[in-house]
Design a protein around this ligand. Structure first.
Ligand SMILES: *Cc1c(COP(=O)(O)O)cnc(C)c1O
Length: 398
């Protein structure tokens, strides 16, 4: 285990002179991924061609990599599998949970959830056409809405905008007491803070790997199934690679054992190579050390920004125990301000309507970066550098 994150920082490619506080949205490139991916392409795809599925172990890679992610989220071997995108994994988990809790019609989520999770839910409700309803409550009020007509509680543990952290253990226990199944979206948790889906007794968990886990743009998602449910779940997306025997080419679907049934189609082997290079770095650190450092850096960031920028209002919980690994501020002209910061070498991002969001990721961000970021923010605010017509033009991705 490394205790000094200077070592892990040296393992990432970070452009000179840039402070990158957006690893919560797209993690940076692990240097080793370059060689790993090119070896995979040249020596495996290039030389082995189709035999790579067996000889390079491509076919088992979603389960093997799933086990490595399991270690980061408290899922024992054989409970996590990798593939598809997070939106797809949300759909799969929800479809399965609704079928198990078929007598109930309400899906409970909160207004802080990421829109794609809610959109997938609406889409599924329409396809099922069985009278399900999505109910949204304020994030602080979730416990009050856990009633016996709720089938599934679908929550993102860390709010993508504000970083507010739900208490997964407490809410899961309260949900179970009312017969409600839980789906936890760990998009902003996996690699951000210690997670223990087993101890929390979560039923399903899903997440993505291109944020804190640094697998690169379009990196695959993951899904966890509690072992007690694994053989009970009927996969709604019953693709051939979740079949008990894909290469028997049966005309009828039979789900594979346990988590294997959550696989759908052909896995993204090139992207998995990048993910494995990143997971090698995660093997070097203890998530509790990452959490301690992340809280320290975030507290420092809040202190510096608040003292230098009276016009910014903290949008994240002040208590680091109630935050994930990001810090956000409200500012009316946040979109323009983030663009001005990017021009000065600080990358953060903007979430409508007025949130400026900064990810504090100890694997490659240190106190010096935080100091530099805070001084750039202070300069942008003090000199009103955001007040420039160019910065008011909306880009496709914010
Ligand atoms: C980032 C994120 C997504 C994105 O889903 P994709 O299918 O990977 O594009 C979904 N849900 C949450 C909570 C997220 O934070």
């Amino acid at each position: 285990m490394v205790s000094d994150f200077a070592e892990t920082k040296s393992l990432f490619q970070l452009p000179e002179g840039l402070v990158y506080l957006d690893g919560n949205s797209l993690g940076p490139l692990p240097k080793a991924a370059v060689a790993r991916v090119s070896t995979m392409i040249r020596d495996e795809w290039g030389d082995m061609l189709i035999s790579g599925w067996n000889s390079a172990g491509w076919m088992n890679q979603p389960a093997r990599v799933g086990d490595r992610i399991g270690k980061l989220i408290g899922g024992p071997a054989g409970t996590v599998v990798v593939g598809d995108t997070l939106s797809i994994k949300v759909y799969q988990a929800l479809a399965a949970a609704l079928e198990i809790n078929a007598g109930r019609k309400i899906i409970l989520s909160d207004t802080g959830n990421f829109p794609s999770d809610l959109y997938m839910t609406e889409g599924l409700i329409k396809s099922l056409d069985k009278g399900h309803r999505l109910k949204l409550c304020a994030p602080e009020a979730v416990a009050d809405y856990l009633t016996e007509d709720v089938a599934v509680l679908l929550l993102t543990e860390v709010d993508y905008k504000t970083g507010r952290l739900h208490d997964m253990h407490d809410l899961t226990r309260k949900a179970h007491a009312k017969g409600i199944l839980t789906i936890w979206d760990l998009a902003h948790s996996a690699g951000a803070l210690p997670v223990d889906v087993s101890a929390a007794e979560a039923d399903f968990a899903v997440g993505c790997t291109y944020k804190y886990l640094n697998s690169g743009p379009g990196g695959p998602a993951f899904i966890y199934l509690a072992p007690r449910l694994a053989n009970q779940v009927r996969p709604a997306l019953s693709g051939w690679l979740g079949h008990e025997q894909p290469f028997a080419f049966d005309l009828e679907y039979r789900p594979g054992p346990g988590i294997e049934r959550m696989r759908v189609g052909t896995p993204p082997i090139i992207q998995l190579a990048a993910l494995e290079a990143s997971l090698d770095i995660w093997d070097l650190v203890d998530m509790n050390d990452v959490r301690t450092k992340s809280s320290e850096l975030s507290d420092l960031f809040i202190e510096l920004v608040e003292s230098g920028c009276p016009d910014l209002q903290l949008a994240s919980p002040r208590d680091s125990r109630q935050r994930g690994s990001q810090v956000s501020f409200h500012f009316e002209h946040g979109h323009a301000a983030v663009k001005a910061m990017i021009d000065m070498g600080l990358i953060g991002d903007f979430r409508a309507p007025d949130i400026m969001r900064f990810g504090l990721t100890p694997l490659y961000i240190d106190a010096q970066d935080v100091n530099k970021a805070a001084s750039i923010i202070e300069e942008v605010m003090a000199k009103r550098l955001w007040d420039n017509a160019e910065y008011f033009v909306q880009s496709t991705v914010t």
